[in-house]
Design a protein around this ligand. Structure first.
Ligand SMILES: [Zn+2]
Ligand SMILES: [Zn+2]
Ligand SMILES: [Zn+2]
Length: 170
């Protein structure tokens, strides 16, 4: 992606923080949908009603959600919702950086900063399931360097770290 050569990218950024179990989640959803509208409009992409609804379902909480759970919820609302419909919508959202796939769980989370190019670095709480997202250029630089020493060129980076969040540790 060439992001390592941009100035200022080595500052670690928290794209999505761990949330307390009780917080104004409606605001998280509203912010995510507003960011999605802006991002799609800026790129000339259409956030159709279905894509928007799938994104909303991904943001139902801060835990990763599986495609078939999204489909199950959608079927309650639209009798004709078929698996390809959901997969296509998820692919679109993923392509626009609005959701990320947590590979180890085969599930999706909403992105906290869809408009900015970033890596896939995730902290996953094994207890409550909440996922936080960070973008740390130093960490990436170390990976690129170690890989290069092995003659390997990094094309895509997804880091998934499992542990316990501050709310589950108390
Ligand atoms: Zn929230
Ligand atoms: Zn993201
Ligand atoms: Zn937790």
């Amino acid at each position: 992606m060439g992001i390592a050569s941009q100035p200022g990218v080595n500052r670690p950024r928290i794209l999505r923080d761990f949330k307390t179990r009780r917080h104004a989640h409606g605001q998280c959803v509203a912010d995510a949908l507003a960011a999605a509208e802006r991002t799609c409009a800026a790129r000339g992409q259409r956030l159709t009603a279905l894509r928007r609804r799938v994104l909303e379902l991904v943001w139902v909480n801060h835990e990763p959600i599986k495609a078939y759970d999204i489909l199950a919820r959608l079927r309650d609302e639209r009798a004709r919702a078929a698996p390809p419909t959901v997969y296509r919508a998820l692919e679109f959202l993923r392509g626009e950086g609005l959701v990320h796939r947590i590979e180890s769980l085969n599930a999706f989370v909403g992105c906290g900063a869809p408009a900015q190019a970033h890596r896939g670095q995730f902290l996953i709480c094994s207890q409550c399931g909440t996922v936080a997202e960070l973008d740390d250029g130093e960490l990436s630089a170390v990976i690129v360097d170690r890989a290069a020493r092995m003659g390997f060129q990094v094309e895509r980076e997804t880091i998934e770290i499992v542990g316990r969040c501050m709310h589950c540790r108390v």
